[in-house]
Design a protein around this ligand. Structure first.
Ligand code: AMP
Length: 235
C-alpha cells in the first residue's frame, strides 16, 4: 500500500495521508542522525518511497555538484575525498536555498544534515525540527558496511554486497546504471569519516535530546524490521 503526504498545516504540523478516513499524525521535519553507514540513506529512501517525504541528502547534492563541476563541487571535492566535512558556510547556504524552494508544510527528511552544531542552529532558525532519529551502530559494523557498499551514480540508490544485494552485482535494480564504490567508502577514508563524525556530529545527539526531539533506534538487523521501528517513531 502506498500512501503519500498530502497536506500539512504549518501551525500544528500534522500530515494527512490519502489513505484516510482516519487522519494519521506524522512528523514532517525529520533529521536522520547517525554515523556514516548507519543506514540513513536506506531508511530515508524508504520513508520517501512509502510516504512521499522529500529526502534532502547533502552528500548526494555534493556528489552531484562534483560530477557537474559546479563552483560548489570544485570547492567541496578535496574535503569529501579525504572524509573531512565541507565548510559550514557552503553547506548552510546550499540548504537554505533548497529548503526555501519547498512549499511550506512539505514533509522533509534531512539525511546527512546537520552535521555540526552550527549547521543545526542554522536549520533551527529556518524550520522547526519535529524529530531527530538517531540510528545507532557500532564502528566495526560500520566499517564492514561502508567498504562493501555500492552506490548508484544515477538515482543514488545504495546496496550492500552482503546485506542488501542488487539482483546483479554490477547494476542498479532501480534504474539499471552501473554501480560504483564511492572513493570515500575505501577503508582508510571510512575510518577518518568515523573520527570526523565523533568529533563534529556526535554532539548533536545531546543537542536534540535536550530539545526533547531525540529518538534512538538500533540500526542493526533486518532493514525492514528497522524500518518498522522508524515508522513508529515518525507518528
Ligand atoms: P554522506 O554521503 O552523507 O556520507 O556525505 C559524503 C561527504 O560529503 C562527507 O564525508 C562530507 O565530506 C560531505 N558532507 C555531506 N554532508 C555534509 C554536511 N552536512 N556538512 C559538511 N560536509 C558534508
Amino acid at each position: 500500500m502506498t500512501v503519500r503526504l498530502a497536506r500539512a498545516t504549518t501551525k500544528v504540523r500534522v500530515v494527512f495521508l490519502k489513505t484516510e478516513p482516519m487522519a494519521v499524525r506524522m512528523k514532517t521535519k525529520i533529521v536522520l542522525l547517525g554515523p556514516p553507514g548507519s543506514g540513513k540513506g536506506t531508511q530515508g529512501e524508504k520513508l520517501s518511497e512509502e510516504f512521499g517525504y522529500v529526502r534532502m541528502s547533502t552528500g548526494d547534492m555534493l556528489r552531484e555538484a562534483v560530477r557537474k563541476g559546479t563552483d560548489l563541487g570544485i570547492k567541496a571535492k578535496g574535503y569529501m575525498d579525504s572524509g573531512a566535512l565541507v565548510p559550514n558556510d557552503l553547506i548552510i547556504n546550499l540548504m537554505k536555498e533548497k529548503i526555501a524552494s519547498l512549499a511550506e508544510g512539505t514533509g522533509i527528511i534531512f539525511d546527512g544534515f546537520p552535521r555540526t552544531v552550527e549547521q543545526a542552529d542554522a536549520l533551527g532558525e529556518q524550520i522547526d525540527v519535529d524529530l531527530a532519529l538517531n540510528l545507532d551502530v557500532d564502528d566495526e559494523e560500520l566499517v564492514k558496511r561502508l567498504t562493501m557498499r555500492r552506490s548508484c551514480p544515477q538515482c543514488n540508490a545504495v546496496y550492500h554486497l552482503l546485506y542488501n544485494k542488487p539482483q546483479n552485482e554490477r547494476f542498479c535494480d532501480k534504474c539499471g546504471s552501473v554501480l560504483y564504490q564511492r572513493d570515500d567508502d575505501k577503508e582508510d577514508t571510512v575510518r577518518n569519516r568515523l573520527k570526523v563524525y565523533r568529533e563534529n556530529t556526535f554532539p548533536l545527539i545531546d543537542y536534540y535530546d535536550k530539545k526533547g526531539k531525540l529518538v534512538t533506534i538500533q540500526g542493526v538487523g533486518d532493514i525492514n524490521e528497522i524500518f518498522d521501528k522508524v515508522k513508529k517513531a515518525i507518528q
